[in-house]
Ligand binder design. Structure first.
Ligand code: BES
Ligand code: MN
Ligand code: ZN
Length: 498
């Protein structure tokens, strides 16, 4: 989607649809009143008929009125006039706006948001959220349907924000970032939504090579196969991939946008392209959703796409630990003990705790970059879904500055995370009688003990872990990948590049 910023008066802009807020009790803002003047009072009289209450989520589409140049006018509820909206109400109201707009046959749209105020937020943030929601609301995944949904309408591809001149510089920067973020989010959603029989570790490796073509001068892609991983001593990673016919891949994408000596920021993604649980097999109910167990990896691909698009002056390495977790005669068994690349030994008490097994070797591999920071992203535990539901990703870190930087990026992008404890007290749950550690920590605090496991492999650098098990995809009739936390990661890297 293309974003434009203009300071044209709403009444005089020629557009397929002009979008403006209305407030509760049939109130209009000054912008609305000016528009009503151009409509010779028709606007207010329509509102007073009571078809739109003005609450967040309400919308009403009108055809052209009076002297207003726009072909259509869409009113949307924005709560009480001169009262600040909450962030969630803003999102509720924008979601309604964009889903309604997507149903109309439009080429371009203009939206006036100057009268929308959100508690604790700059006005420019409102535009940023609108831009991102407008773009992501047009996402569809029907590449695997033989009968494509028939549509006669075209979804609009141009969105103009009407805003005062003084904000144009900031807004053009923010909307450019939003456009790149939308692309990254949609890359992540596509990869997430693809089924396990198509999106295999080899498929992900191919996508990485494809990505390198976007900017061959800046992006270097290396794919390690199982033999190379064996030479590196990645016994933990291989204990997962060996049960499957699909061979595991460690996919390394190095983006050099910064200065030569700049230490890179490393993103490590869990890329289990299907998690059956292995020999500790999962129950059948909802098992199809375990195709989403590579959404961490997908978010690394998405974020890299965005930063390439933005040409961020920063060095970033994306590492994807891609494997399929399957039961078979070759699969790891409960009780097996393996040696990780770090030299530490692991007793595999449950083959379904496989994410940490592939990630620990990828995290050891990351040491070679002497990274500025390492952030891993993983659909790691069902326990995180129990703790935080679908609203926040769990965040763990061994460094307060990194945790704060992620929290700031999360706040700006509204891709929410919650800081969880990584206390030593939890570590003893991983004790094993037979190896350096077990791969599970018992029924209590499952998301924390999974993070504690990873913490044993990340002592040499500043590290954070995002458990996205609850946020990476939606269930039910909206089942599908969300693209989270691409928005957070891109914002984090933008901030680091400044
Ligand atoms: N990929 C799952 C975690 C998961 C489960 C994410 C459900 C989203 C929804 C992970 O590999 C897993 O199976 N974890 C186990 C760990 C347990 C065996 C300690 C879990 O959470 O049950
Ligand atoms: Mn599992
Ligand atoms: Zn898993």
């Amino acid at each position: 989607m293309e974003f434009l910023i203009k300071n044209t008066q709403p009444a005089t802009i020629s557009t397929d649809c002009l979008v403006i807020p209305v407030f509760e009790n049939s109130k209009l803002s000054d912008t609305g009143k000016a528009l009503d003047d151009a409509a010779k009072g028709q606007l207010i009289s329509i509102i007073k008929q009571g078809d739109i209450a003005g609450k967040p989520g309400d919308t009403l589409v009108l055809s052209q009125l009076g002297e207003i140049k726009a072909k259509r006018i869409m009113l949307f509820g924005a709560g009480e006039l001169n009262k600040k909206l909450s962030e969630d109400d803003l999102i509720k109201s924008f979601s309604a706006v964009f889903s309604t707009l997507n149903k109309l046959n439009l080429k371009q749209v203009a939206i006036a948001l100057a009268d929308i105020h959100v508690a604790g937020r700059e006005k420019t943030w409102v535009v940023r959220i609108a831009a991102q929601l407008a773009g992501t609301s047009q996402y569809e995944f029907n590449q695997l349907k033989s009968t494509k949904p028939k549509t006669t309408k075209s979804k609009y591809k141009k969105l103009t924000f009407l805003a005062p001149e003084s904000t144009h510089k900031t807004l053009s920067q923010l909307t450019q970032e939003a456009a790149a973020t939308i692309k990254g989010i949609n890359v992540a959603r596509d990869l997430g939504n693809l089924p396990g029989n198509i999106c295999t570790p080899s498929y992900l490796a191919k996508q990485a090579r494809q990505l390198a073509k976007k900017d061959e001068a800046k992006l270097k892609v290396t794919v390690l196969d199982e033999k190379e991983m064996e030479e590196l001593g990645m016994g933990s990673f291989l204990s997962v991939s060996k049960g499957s016919k699909e061979t595991g891949k460690l996919i390394v994408m190095e983006y050099y946008g910064g200065k030569k000596g700049d230490k890179p920021h490393v993103l490590v993604g869990k890329g289990i392209t299907f998690d059956s649980g292995g020999i500790s097999i999962k129950p059948g109910q909802g098992m199809d959703e375990m195709k989403f167990d590579m959404c961490g990896a997908a978010s690394v691909f998405g974020a890299l796409n965005s930063i390439i698009e933005l040409k961020l002056p920063i060095n970033v390495v994306g590492i994807v630990a891609a494997a399929e977790n399957m039961p078979s005669g070759n699969a790891s068994k409960p009780g097996d003990i393996v040696t990780s690349m770090s030299g530490q030994t692991i007793e595999i008490l449950n083959t379904d705790a496989e994410g940490r097994l592939v990630l620990c070797d990828a995290l050891t591999y990351a040491e070679r970059y002497e990274p500025e920071s390492v952030v891993d992203i993983a659909t790691l535990t069902g326990a995180c879904v129990v703790a935080l539901g679908s609203h926040a990703s769990g965040m763990y870190s061994n460094n307060d500055k990194l945790a704060k930087a992620l929290q700031k990026a999360s706040d700006e992008s509204y891709d929410r995370i919650w800081h969880m404890p990584l206390w030593d007290a939890y570590q003893k749950q991983l004790d094993s009688n037979f190896a350096d550690m077990a791969n599970i920590g018992g029924p209590e605090a499952g998301s924390v003990t999974a993070a504690c496991f990873l913490a044993r492999y990340t002592k040499k650098y500043h590290w954070a872990h995002l458990d996205i098990a609850g946020t990476a995809w939606l269930k039910g009739d909206k089942k599908g990948a969300t693209g989270r936390p691409v928005s957070l990661l891109v914002q984090y890297l933008i901030n680091q590049s400044k």
